[in-house]
Design a protein around this ligand. Structure first.
Ligand code: HEC
Ligand code: HEC
Ligand code: HEC
Ligand code: HEC
Ligand code: HEC
Length: 300
């Protein structure tokens, strides 16, 4: 081999090594066990017990199994019947990029299996096969690393590149024995949440949205001078992320102003009612309901 070629091969090699260190998780998982191990949130519980418990009680930790019916219809009716298309990873990600973002790191085969499990879990509910599929799927959701790694850099992918494998992106960049931390302001901004609480643009150009909330946040709330971020309002209780399923939060979002005017009225002669000539005490109630959230409610 000529020296010059060898030199090039060497450069190529260094380049490859450097790239794989920088471009994060190069590996694709072939099974759910492998995928869960790559992004295991139970490891985080050792040191962040309270946050872990809050997260477990949040809707983020149930983001596939609470939406099984809708996803089953997309896969079994939409993809299979309406478009007569084959189930692929790209189709599965049209739902799971937001409902379980770590599935981006599943192999093509595993992603399709996960899609099929969604159909099994729903159609065979109550049978051992259906229950097994559901319990496997419950291990996938919007987990710690879904936010603190996978989605942490995608607000500005062009600028920030892919997330570094194993690193934790956080608001302060405090390192620990548990992990390397990388400071990012993105996580504290509304755009971070809007990636999922907004529109998904699939590589094939299709756009999908479950919710219209980010649009109204931007166009109505921000444009009228609203200054609070999603995090300001929804992370007051840490990682519980209360929303429309939490009565206290719903009450917080509603302003009431009630005007009451009392009067008496005389119904006059009413057929069949004997004593209809008496004055009846009456009241007019005008209730004004105000939306104090940062967006339209309910969402959808
Ligand atoms: C852009 C990100 C995104 C994509 C893509 C997406 N979703 Fe959602 N989905 C959400 C968010 C965020 C919510 C919660 C909205 C809320 O509570 O206001 C949600 C809620 C839902 C719900 C209601 C869950 C409940 O508890 O009431 C269903 C069902 C659902 N999605 C199904 C789907 C299906 C099926 C697909 C694929 C075709 C899909 N989603 C794709 C972000 C997304
Ligand atoms: C839906 C996205 C999301 C999920 C899921 C999530 N986090 Fe966070 N986390 C955030 C955001 C956003 C912040 C920054 C909040 C801010 O800027 O005030 C944060 C902040 C933190 C912080 C630093 C501030 C603090 O509260 O101490 C820690 C530690 C943390 N998260 C750990 C975890 C762990 C552990 C899990 C899983 C059990 C988890 N997070 C799941 C979005 C998420
Ligand atoms: C061995 C203990 C340990 C483990 C395991 C651990 N952490 Fe941490 N983590 C810490 C300590 C200590 C800090 C720094 C103090 C702080 O900010 O709370 C920290 C900080 C953080 C922060 C804030 C970073 C910032 O910007 O300052 C986030 C987010 C976080 N951890 C998430 C996670 C997630 C997600 C996991 C699981 C994948 C995890 N941690 C596992 C100990 C641990
Ligand atoms: C990776 C995508 C993703 C990110 C990032 C994300 N969410 Fe979510 N969020 C979801 C999905 C999906 C659901 C619906 C889960 C379900 O219904 O099971 C949800 C549910 C919620 C809910 C509960 C809604 C209800 O009906 O009670 C709130 C509140 C919420 N998210 C706020 C936030 C905020 C604030 C941020 C930013 C700090 C954020 N989310 C970031 C995907 C995401
Ligand atoms: C000024 C405070 C405030 C801001 C800013 C805000 N929210 Fe909300 N949000 C609320 C309150 C209060 C509710 C509960 C009202 C209800 O659902 O009836 C709510 C409800 C929700 C729900 C549940 C909707 C449903 O139909 O059940 C989601 C999801 C949500 N917010 C996400 C977000 C996201 C994402 C952002 C940023 C783009 C954001 N919020 C900004 C206060 C706020």
């Amino acid at each position: 081999m000529k020296l010059c070629t060898m030199y090039r091969v060497l450069i190529g090699l260094t380049c490859l090594v450097f790239l794989s260190a920088q471009s994060g998780i190069a590996k694709e998982a072939e099974s759910i066990d492998e995928l869960v191990a790559m992004f295991d949130e139970s490891k985080c519980a050792q040191c962040h017990e309270q946050i872990y418990n809050e997260w477990q009680h949040s809707w983020h930790s149930k983001a596939i199994i609470s939406s099984l019916g809708g996803m089953r219809n997309f896969i079994a009716v939409g993809v299979a019947k309406e478009w007569n298309a084959k189930l692929t990873k790209a189709e599965v990600l049209k739902c799971l990029d937001c409902h379980a973002p770590t599935v981006n790191y599943a192999s093509e085969k595993l992603a399709v299996e996960i899609g099929e499990m969604i159909v099994t879990a729903f159609d065979k509910k109550g049978t051992p096969e259906g229950d097994k599929a559901k319990s496997e799927l419950s291990r996938l959701s919007v987990g710690c690393l879904g936010c603190h790694n996978v989605k942490a850099t995608s607000v500005a992918r062009g600028l920030r590149g892919a997330p570094v494998a194993g690193a934790i992106y956080g608001p302060n960049g405090n390192d620990s024995d548990g992990h390397e931390s990388i400071e990012t302001v993105d996580l504290s901004r509304s755009v971070f949440c809007m990636q999922c609480h907004g529109v998904y643009k699939a590589p094939d150009g299709e756009t999908i949205k479950c919710n219209t909330l980010s649009g109204s946040y931007q166009n109505t709330y921000m444009n009228l001078g609203g200054s609070e971020t999603c995090q300001d309002c929804h992370m007051k209780k840490g990682h519980l992320f209360p929303g429309g399923h939490d009565l206290e939060t719903v009450a917080e979002g509603l302003g009431f102003n009630v005007e009451i005017t009392s009067y008496r009225h005389l119904p006059g002669k009413v057929y069949g009612v004997k004593d209809s000539t008496k004055w009846v005490p009456s009241v007019v109630i005008n209730a004004f309901v105000e939306n104090k959230t940062g967006h339209r409610i309910p969402d959808g």
